[in-house]
Ligand binder design. Sequence first.
Ligand SMILES: NC(=O)c1ccc[n+]([C@@H]2O[C@H](COP(=O)([O-])OP(=O)(O)OC[C@H]3O[C@@H](n4cnc5c(N)ncnc54)[C@H](O)[C@@H]3O)[C@@H](O)[C@H]2O)c1
Length: 319
Amino acid sequence: MHVLITGANGFIGRALSRRLCRQARLGGAPLTRLSLLDLTLDDPPVAPFVHPVAGDLADAPWLRHTLAELPVDLIFHLASIPGGLAEQQYELARRVNLDATLVLLEAGKKQVEAGGRAPVFVFASTIAVFGAMTGPVDDDTPLRPLLTYGAHKLVGEILVADFSRHGWIDGRSLRIPGVLARPPARTGQLSAFLSDMVRELAAGRAFTCPMSPAATTWASSLPCVLENLLHAATLPAASLVAGRSFTLPTLHFSMTQLVDAIASVHGTGVRDRVSYAPQERIESLFGRFPQLATAAADAAGFHRDDDLPTLVRQAVVQD
Ligand SMILES: NC(=O)c1ccc[n+]([C@@H]2O[C@H](COP(=O)([O-])OP(=O)(O)OC[C@H]3O[C@@H](n4cnc5c(N)ncnc54)[C@H](O)[C@@H]3O)[C@@H](O)[C@H]2O)c1
């Protein structure tokens, strides 16, 4: 089985690469090749079947040439320009989040037209496709993204569904919530403060939260999201008749509840080290999340962290 991961050097991609390298098989099939694609690859996992491929997805001729080399059975498309950066650099976001996604999808079409099998295509979408959420969210909630990033991801979901309808790929789009806890390096994610909050307070340092204590948000741990990505890759196509986009189950909590959970895991002193300086833009984007029902994803076997203390513990586990 040839698996390709784009964005393999990113926060989720690095963990997924290491996991797949370790298990060396997926859904009962051994991995014959694991292609790890990113702009650069820092200490990729080492195994005879691992092939790091450094290059720019926005370079369409290079990407087409690279994809034409070998048929691929499964693509995890994780590479993207995140929300904060996409707001500042529209052209870059368009080339990576839209154009490169289309080139990847068209590689599936070419593969099928050449007589091969349609690759399974797991697309990392985002809860940013919802935009302003004014009431409880479920599988029928209208999608009205407020950021270019969310708009591009929504177009990606639509293309994944359309290419699947043609039989050119076997697509699954996962609307991923905030994932904790990403490393401190700044890469343009507006929601990175949540990761900082868990990491800093867990490490015994002070943290000023840019949202008010009552602000409510959604998040999952990295191990939980990895399980869901792997589950998406092995879901039988027959279970996708109702749709190919899934809003992943996740936890809904206030900042006070998060601090309580960190305190329950890392000691009550956590409460003395947290202060609040709410920023309206951050709170309007991430602090008014309503209750969430994910019936389709629940039925398909996706899962959330068991509870907030579990999320906190899992968030700081080094994979
Ligand atoms: N982490 C989260 O909280 C979260 C939440 C919702 C959705 N997602 C989605 O999950 C996916 C992975 O997220 P992440 O946190 O690992 O992101 P990340 O920013 O850490 O990693 C993305 C990777 O894509 C690569 N990339 C960007 N442009 C590229 C290009 N032109 N050519 C080749 N590679 C390029 C980057 O170098 C980076 O390594 C993304 O698509 C993201 O939108 C993540």
